[in-house]
Write a protein that binds this ligand. Structure first.
Ligand SMILES: N=C(N)NCCCC(=O)O
Ligand SMILES: [Zn+2]
Ligand SMILES: [Zn+2]
Length: 340
């Protein structure tokens, strides 16, 4: 057992740790899950994992929401997701895996992005992601508004080349500018296509719905290479068929998944900045993600959780389970690759 002290809880045992494997979450049968400061899923902090023992998957927060077009507050999303993740348990029956035993997952804390200068913040996020990815780790980023997907994709593309993208969102986020600003939460994927960091053969929005500015929005989006699975398509065709179609489109390309929590219906995610009626249920989202377990997921984000509009942690619980499924997909692949 580790000799490290507990999660800032005097006298409490430390995070579960095995000499021969990853250091896992704090044991909730010995330390109440509501005790101590929150890390994602009660996992160790990155600095607790040790300098030589590098994490396979790094959870990182980006408390930045200066790119929003409506309700602010997603800057508090990452910490709300961490708080809501205290109830996650170590075995994921839906994917038949213990994600935190298969790979070392650790929480790196937050990237300190300038809230008063969007362009500088975008650069800061890219540089911080470069540093975390340079160890070979995969990123599970907790936003923050959707602006942050652009610097994250830039960083991932430096390692993998242009990546396939699955974008779960009520919105297209391929608009051009707002008030003349090019980096906003409605524009990251247009910028990414312009910069050539996405594999335009394998781009899909999932859960799209709601009013647009005009039909041109769809024409532009189509020209950029995106396919669209609307939230109504998910309802009509069902999660298995949708996941199968997405798997076909992605193949074995390196894949980035970006999840705007507003892909969920406001009944399932009231705590978000630009809510749209008629969205996915959290059950549908989680099932589609599980159906993508065979895809080569190189990094992912969950963004747009704005806890001020949340009730009873509905949104942050949904986001924590979403990040848990994504983390499980990555950790299973890491274990499989290691066994090869
Ligand atoms: N990425 C999110 N959540 N929303 C984009 C909405 C852009 C608009 O105000 O039209
Ligand atoms: Zn959205
Ligand atoms: Zn979005």
């Amino acid at each position: 057992m580790s000799s490290a002290t507990g999660p800032d809880t005097p006298g409490a045992p430390a995070a579960e740790s095995r000499e021969d494997g990853p250091r896992g979450p704090v044991d909730s049968s010995r330390v109440p899950r509501f005790a101590g400061p929150a890390t994602f899923a009660r996992l160790p902090r990155l600095d607790e994992v040790g300098t030589t023992d590098v994490a396979d998957i790094v959870v990182v927060g980006v408390p930045f929401d200066s790119g929003v077009s409506y309700r602010p507050g997603a800057r508090f999303g990452g910490n709300a997701i961490r708080e809501a993740s205290r109830l996650l348990r170590p075995y994921n029956p839906a994917q038949e895996a213990s994600p935190f035993a298969l790979a070392q997952v650790a929480d790196a804390g937050d990237i300190a992005a300038n809230p008063f200068n969007i362009n500088e913040a975008v650069d800061t996020i890219e540089a911080a992601a470069d540093g975390l990815l340079s160890t070979g780790a995969r990123l599970m980023t907790l936003g923050g508004d959707h602006t942050i997907a652009l610097p994250l994709l830039r960083s991932v593309a430096k390692r993998h080349g242009p990546v396939a993208l699955l974008h779960f969102d009520a919105h297209l986020d391929t608009w051009d500018t707002y008030f003349g600003a090019e980096y906003t939460h409605g524009t990251p994927f247009r910028r990414a296509v312009e910069e050539g960091i996405l594999d335009t053969e394998a781009l899909s929005h999932v859960g799209t719905r709601g009013p647009l500015y005009g039909k041109k929005d769809l024409d532009d989006d189509h020209r950029m290479g995106f396919g669209i699975v609307t939230s109504a398509d998910v309802m009509r065709r069902g999660v298995d068929e949708v996941a199968e179609q997405l798997r076909q489109r992605i193949g074995d390309r390196p894949l980035y998944i970006s999840i705007d929590i507003d892909v969920l219906d406001p009944a399932h995610a009231p705590g978000t900045g630009t809510p749209e009626a008629g969205g996915l249920t959290s059950r549908e989202l989680l099932e589609i993600l599980r159906g993508l377990a065979s895809c080569h997921l190189v990094s992912a984000d969950v963004v747009e959780v704005a806890p001020a509009y949340d009730h009873a942690e509905i949104t942050s619980v949904a986001a924590s389970h979403t990040a848990y499924e994504l983390t499980t997909i990555m950790s299973r692949q890491i274990a499989e690759d290691r066994a090869k």
